[in-house]
Design a protein around this ligand. Sequence first.
Ligand SMILES: Nc1ncnc2c1ncn2[C@@H]1O[C@H](COP(=O)(O)OP(=O)(O)O)[C@@H](O)[C@H]1O
Ligand SMILES: [Mg+2]
Length: 254
Amino acid sequence: MNHPILKIENLNFAFNKDKKILSDISFSIEKGSLCIIAGANGSGKSVLLKCIKGLLKPNSGNIIINNKNLSSNLKDRRRKIGLVFQDADSQIIGQTVEKDILFGMENLQLDSTTKQRKLLEVSTLLSLNDKLKTKPHHLSGGEKRRLAIAGILAMNPDIIFFDEPFANLDYPGVIQVLSTLLLLQKEGHTIIIVSHEIDKIAAHSQKIILLEKGKVLMEGESNIVLPHLRNHGVYVPLLDNKIKKIEELTWLNH
Ligand SMILES: Nc1ncnc2c1ncn2[C@@H]1O[C@H](COP(=O)(O)OP(=O)(O)O)[C@@H](O)[C@H]1O
Ligand SMILES: [Mg+2]
């Protein structure tokens, strides 16, 4: 039976005392699901991801992973949560695709057989195996984002966060990344996507959490939350056409 892999309880965060950025955020995420955190620019989505991952320190609240309260256990939290940043370039550091994928694993003290096995596994899964010797800056936008994903995946996180995975991609790039996200879910990963480009992913998600001004306004099944997004700063372009059902809202051919 499914159980929440991630539970957030009453999370609060402020950069300074006068201005709260996140207020009493609570939600839960089922293991193996693909979930979207939606909200207008500035609603607190990226700050929320950084708080959960352990890059920013919440003022209060609980972060529970697999029934274990890891609120004050930064080391485990960082290990269990993979975060793919909005800007793939900032995440890519290796001189070649191969070195970049290996880089994240270096800190984990894995033996070299395991590292090579993981390298082969993730580069095959993300169709980068014929590009291992390529310099990352020669990759297309979609390939770069796949490389950033590969590096995270190699570290075997329990949950993977994606911050605006479709930003600055052309059409083929969007399709590549979208297919990758769906593939990862099929492989059993739990995926949380922060985006204001909901039309690309809504039909493939199980849950949408709507943030407004640092508060959870709605949390529920995607088809139920979707019609409410527009009134809260999240525009869904395809809904202007004749689309009536969430299943029709896809960028992939059936
Ligand atoms: N380093 C920072 N210092 C002060 N304020 C910040 C910082 N980063 C983000 N903010 C503010 O926090 C709020 C939420 O930002 P963010 O989480 O990046 O929004 P988004 O939903 O667009 O990802 C915004 O008002 C933003 O201006
Ligand atoms: Mg953001």
